[in-house]
Write a protein that binds this ligand. Structure first.
Ligand SMILES: Nc1ncnc2c1ncn2[C@@H]1O[C@H](COP(=O)(O)OP(=O)(O)OP(=O)(O)O)[C@@H](O)[C@H]1O
Length: 248
């Protein structure tokens, strides 16, 4: 495998909790600019995998590399986030009493300059960046509303926008469409595909119609390892995948 274009590389990763192997020799590679869907039954290790990538959980054994050569297993959560790995948890956590635009503003990377004369220019640039992010996540028309007034789906998009404001190279997204309407689910697939045009995106999801709409390679986890990997049609036709996951 070529490491030069590999954004995220896991090899032989194992994690044990009280003797239980949550990850068992897990190996996975995601290219720069790739979108990857990760599916699998409850307890397959999807959340633990995200925890290992973001430094929340240390692997007992195995390699985890970012951008070809950065060893994530020796870094803490803050250092890993600063490298450009953003994580979206399942439940939206936006600042409800702040406006939509202020939520994005709070998330922007702080580019302080000591010259107060530049503040005006900085504000203008910040506003342009905020509006560019809001346009991308379909919330420009809502920029002045308190976040509390948004629908559940819109709050999820706002939080994705807050991550985009930090310009991550890799975005990890955990069950984004749980609780969304069908229309919001379809829009979220379009949104994530758009985001994946210029960064890597890993999406954990149970909604198979949504996974199909993502139109990307699918990794099936089972008992902490990769059971199958390929197109949605290939993994859907795999008898082992049907047995442990889809057939249930
Ligand atoms: N901190 C922990 N301590 C003990 N066991 C844990 C811990 N975290 C996870 N586990 C166990 O590890 C296994 C894998 O869990 P994980 O949450 O990674 O699965 P998952 O694929 O994300 O499942 P789900 O689809 O339900 O979210 C589960 O059996 C879980 O109970």
């Amino acid at each position: 495998m070529s490491l030069t274009n590999t954004q995220l590389y896991l090899d032989g990763v194992s994690v044990t909790f009280d003797g239980f192997r949550a990850l068992n020799n897990l190996s996975l590679a995601v290219e720069a600019g790739e979108m990857r869907a990760v599916i699998g039954p409850n307890g397959a290790g999807k959340t633990t995998m995200m925890d290992v990538i973001t430094g929340r959980t240390r692997p007992d054994t195995g390699d985890v590399f970012f951008g070809g050569m950065v060893d994530l297993t020796i870094l803490d959560e803050a250092e890993i986030a600063a490298l450009g790995i953003g994580r979206k948890f399942q439940k939206p956590t936006v600042f409800e009493s702040h406006t939509v635009a202020d939520n994005i503003c709070l998330a922007l990377k702080d580019e302080r300059t000591p010259f107060s004369a530049l503040f005006g220019a900085r504000n203008r640039i910040a506003r342009e960046r905020i509006d560019a992010v809001l346009a991308r996540v379909r919330l420009l028309d809502h920029r002045s509303r308190p976040a509390a007034e948004l629908s559940h789906g819109q709050k999820q998009w706002l939080e994705i926008g807050m991550l985009l404001a930090q310009d991550p190279k890799l975005l990890l997204v955990d069950e984004p469409v749980a609780g969304m309407t069908d229309a919001e689910t379809e829009d979220t697939a379009v949104l994530l595909r758009d985001i994946a045009r210029d960064r890597s995106v890993v999406v954990v999801e149970h909604d198979m119609a949504f996974v199909r709409a993502l139109d990307c390679k699918v990794t099936v986890l089972h008992e902490g390892s990769v059971l199958a990997e390929g197109s949605i049609d290939a993994v859907s036709a795999d008898e082992r995948v049907v047995e442990v996951y889809l057939g249930r």
